[in-house]
Design a binder for this molecule. Structure first.
Ligand code: FB9
Length: 490
């Protein structure tokens, strides 16, 4: 229908100036006309210019200003030409909303000088806001600046955007009727293959969308972290226990029992099972010692360490709880150097905001070997983050209860031209390692970051809720391209 109409019309006319008017004139559905134009253009039968016209609606406030004039104009008009008027008088005589907006906009436009006494700074003003709104009501186009200004003052909102075509003309392959070209060689058309015209291959044609399963962006990025760790010779720690005892999550890490992170404002404690069933008694005794009175060169925290506090079950606040278990297990056997990593969920009873939820995925790496130094930690962090596409990193001293020294890591985001906090790191304290039974020349360097932050940056996700939870848009997940860390960002 639309195709015959368009090709037929162009047989006797040079161009179709406006696809919308053409559709109305030929009582055709404009959407169908647009699809036909797109297809005929694809085969070179016609040429056409795509047109996109934003249109705007006035908000109720906009309609009010168009009808009655802008508040700043009323504010100005209420100020006497000569002399002044008190701000209280203005508040009394003007409608509250007019006063509220007018008292901001009029001085902003240098129309009046504000103070307890208000006076005019100019003799006469144009109510351009009212003018512009009236022009829009008459369907006149406004320039980008004015549209932006009215939009920021919430006087107009975007209406339906019109898309269509203009200057639709004959194309290089124009014909009054579309030739259906054979797209396959068949026994029949092979007879006269010399003069046979076959349909062009469209190598840009999108394949059939595969209605297959899709990996969540978080899992795509997790895979890349795992690849980086494995390529660097690390092995993954088992993290399949969200529920942990305070002992492994805090005490084993030499985090004192009165540390603020250990109260329910920061940590989710379990009602049931509220306490852990068993802990390695001999090791617990040594942890109690080091907390209460130190040892291994430390003077400890000098407080009364309570077993029942250590027994409390919680949702782990960091995967460092897994590291403590693994290092303790390592200390049991003959010492062998180890490189471990973990990537899994941790839970913090924290204020949620655009980038923070009550749970996130922690990425942690640690190297356990004799005589490791801060230099080794800096070196491995440079290697790790350069594989993450962050070749420029810097360190700032920070504090963790379980590492000394500790360093906050920042990376330079070339795209944004700014430094970004990308993680935390340090050397585990002897008060943590010695009670485990690790040889005293063994050092453990470790670092941590989140999975959500790099994923949000790579997939340009503004709000972490788009990644995690009920607000996730499956469509966006399905369409999200594969972003390779360090190689390209979406
Ligand atoms: O992930 C974080 N930032 C980040 C990481 C990578 C990244 O990649 C770019 C594409 C290449 C971009 C950003 N942060 C850590 C920094 C901040 O986002 C911070 O505000 C939030 N942090 C979380 C904790 O929030 C309370 C991120 C999370 C974090 C912080 C510290 C550790 C783990 C996760 C740790 C540790 C640690 C220290 C010493 C020894 C062992 C573990």
């Amino acid at each position: 229908m639309a195709e015959e109409a368009i090709l037929g019309f162009l047989k006797n006319n040079d161009e179709i100036p406006h696809s919308g008017e053409f559709a109305d004139a030929h009582d055709l559905d404009h959407e169908e006309v647009k699809n036909v134009i797109k297809s005929l253009q694809g085969f070179g039968y016609i040429e056409a210019k795509a047109v996109r016209k934003e249109s705007w609606d006035l908000t109720d406030e906009g309609k009010k200003y168009a009808a009655e004039g802008s508040p700043e104009f009323h504010f100005f008009s209420a100020v006497p030409e000569e002399g002044t008027i008190s701000i209280d008088d203005l508040r009394r005589i003007l409608d509250p909303s007019v006063f509220q907006v007018g008292s901001t906009q009029a001085p902003k436009k240098q129309w009046v000088a504000m103070g307890n006494q208000v006076s005019r700074m100019v003799q006469h003003v144009e109510d351009t806001v009212k003018e512009m709104l009236l022009q829009m009501q008459q369907g006149q186009e406004l320039d980008k600046e004015s549209l932006k200004y009215l939009k920021n003052r919430k006087l107009i909102i975007p209406a339906k955007t019109w898309t269509g075509y203009s200057d639709v003309k004959k194309g290089p392959n124009y014909a009054p009727k579309r030739k259906i070209l054979p797209s396959d060689l068949t026994r029949e058309n092979l007879e006269n293959w010399e003069e046979l015209e076959l349909k062009e291959y469209n190598f840009n044609a999108k394949g059939q969308p595969l209605n297959a399963g899709h990996l969540h962006p978080l899992l795509k990025v997790r895979k890349q972290f795992k690849d980086i760790f494995c390529q660097m010779g690390f092995e993954e720690m088992p993290t399949n226990n969200f529920v942990e005892s305070s002992f492994w999550n805090f005490d084993a890490l030499f985090q004192p029992q009165q540390h603020p992170a250990r109260d329910s404002h920061d940590t989710f404690f379990l009602k049931a099972p509220s306490t852990t069933r068993e802990l390695p008694e001999d090791y617990v005794e040594r942890v109690k010692q080091v907390h209460e009175s130190g040892g291994y060169g430390s003077r400890g925290y000098n407080y009364e360490w309570k077993r029942e506090e250590a027994n409390k079950n919680l949702l782990r606040t960091h995967t460092t709880a897994v590291s403590s278990r693994m290092l303790y297990a390592l200390a049991k056997g003959p010492f062998t150097p180890k490189k471990y990593f973990s990537i899994d969920r941790v839970f913090r009873n924290e204020a949620v905001d655009r980038t923070h939820l009550a749970e996130f995925h922690q990425v942690e790496g640690l190297i356990c070997d004799r005589g490791l130094t801060l230099g080794d930690l800096i070196g491995v962090l440079q290697e790790f983050f350069s594989r993450l596409g962050m070749s420029k990193i810097r360190f700032k001293p920070t504090y963790n209860p379980y590492t000394e020294p500790s360093m906050e890591i920042s990376g330079y985001d070339e795209a944004k031209g700014e430094w970004l906090e990308i993680g935390n790191s340090g050397i585990f304290r002897p008060e943590m390692l010695q009670p485990m039974g690790l040889p005293d020349d063994v050092r453990v360097i470790a670092w941590g970051l989140s999975l959500e932050r790099p994923t949000m940056i790579l997939y340009k996700t503004e709000n972490i809720r788009e990644l995690f939870g009920h607000k996730v848009q499956l469509k966006k997940i399905k369409e999200s391209r594969m972003c390779r860390i360090g190689i390209e960002s979406a």
